[in-house]
Design a protein. Structure first.
Length: 296
């Protein structure tokens, strides 16, 4: 008969807080326990799961492979626990939420989710920052944001709660004409963009010549340049517009590597309002993507 192991919420909360804060001392201060008590709770959790979860690398705490496997589940367990308690207590959602949205992804979709949340919760004030994914994640890491949607090169990543992958497509204007004998005219975001890197890597692998003919940090400018017939770019399904057509490998455009998109937050910093919004974003993502609850 299968033996069930129950992971206690207080142990999970300590584990997640240690990972988010990076040390036992600050975790003890936040959770109102001594440093030895925090160490003991981590040891109890490790005994329950039968694996080492954390190790010291110099002055830093790092996750072991088993720790990576648990942290995403742990974040989700805490989120569900705290949302259940908030609902039972009929918590009032108020305060300011600082949200980061990526200009290099389907920003409009997430703006609509946030707008719906704002209309339903008028006591919550929003500070929404739209920027490149790498800048958004940098702001989250130094606690300038409460939660973020962002693209990364690899998953899982620090503070990710759930993530999904999308394969970008080569696209051009409906009537755009090109020649395989000439360099590919690329419309792109500036250097550092994940789409740009994937286009260049794919063409270099094929030995195709290319040049950047149009560069803009904004998705709208990139989309308009495509519709104006200035060249080709890479977009995901949610950023394709009428008047665009997808280019195939048969036309000389090799497949592009997947993009990884995630929902990021630090649980210890999350208010009831933040957890409620995270819940709605999670439900929204599930409607159009099969998300992976991060196991790292």
């Amino acid at each position: 008969m299968r033996q069930f192991v129950n992971l206690q919420t207080d142990l999970i909360r300590t584990f997640v807080t240690v990972v988010d804060l990076g040390n036992y001392t600050e975790t003890g201060q936040v959770l109102g326990r001594t440093q030895p008590a925090i160490s003991l709770q981590i040891k109890r959790l490790e005994d329950l799961v039968g694996a080492k979860l954390l190790y010291h690398k110099g002055k830093n705490l790092e996750l072991t492979p088993q720790g990576h496997a648990l942290i995403g589940y742990a974040r989700e367990m805490l989120r569900l626990n705290d949302r259940a308690v908030a609902n039972l207590h009929e918590a009032q959602f108020m305060g300011t939420l600082r949200v980061g949205l990526p200009t290099d992804y389907a920003i409009g979709y997430f703006q609509r989710i946030i707008a719906d949340f704002a209309h339903a919760n008028p006591e919550v004030t929003f500070d929404i920052r739209c920027d490149w994914s790498r800048n958004i994640l940098g702001q989250l890491h130094v606690d300038e944001l409460d939660l973020a949607i962002a693209i990364t090169d690899t998953m899982p990543a620090p503070y990710v709660s759930l993530y999904w992958s999308e394969r970008p497509f080569w696209v051009c204007g409906r009537d755009y004409q090109f020649s395989l004998d000439k360099p590919v005219q690329i419309i792109a975001h500036p250097k550092g963009c994940f789409y740009r890197k994937r286009m260049i890597d794919a063409l270099n692998t094929e030995g195709r010549e290319w040049r950047i003919c149009f560069e803009s940090p904004g998705i709208t400018a990139v989309q308009n340049a495509v519709l104006d017939g200035m060249g080709v770019t890479a977009l995901t399904k949610k950023t394709l517009l009428p008047g665009m057509r997808v280019l195939s490998p048969k036309e000389g455009f090799p497949p592009l590597a997947n993009l990884h998109v995630g929902l990021f937050y630090k649980h210890i910093k999350a208010s009831d309002a933040a957890l409620k919004l995270i819940e709605q974003i999670t439900e929204g993502v599930s409607a159009f993507r099969k998300p992976t609850h991060a196991r790292s």
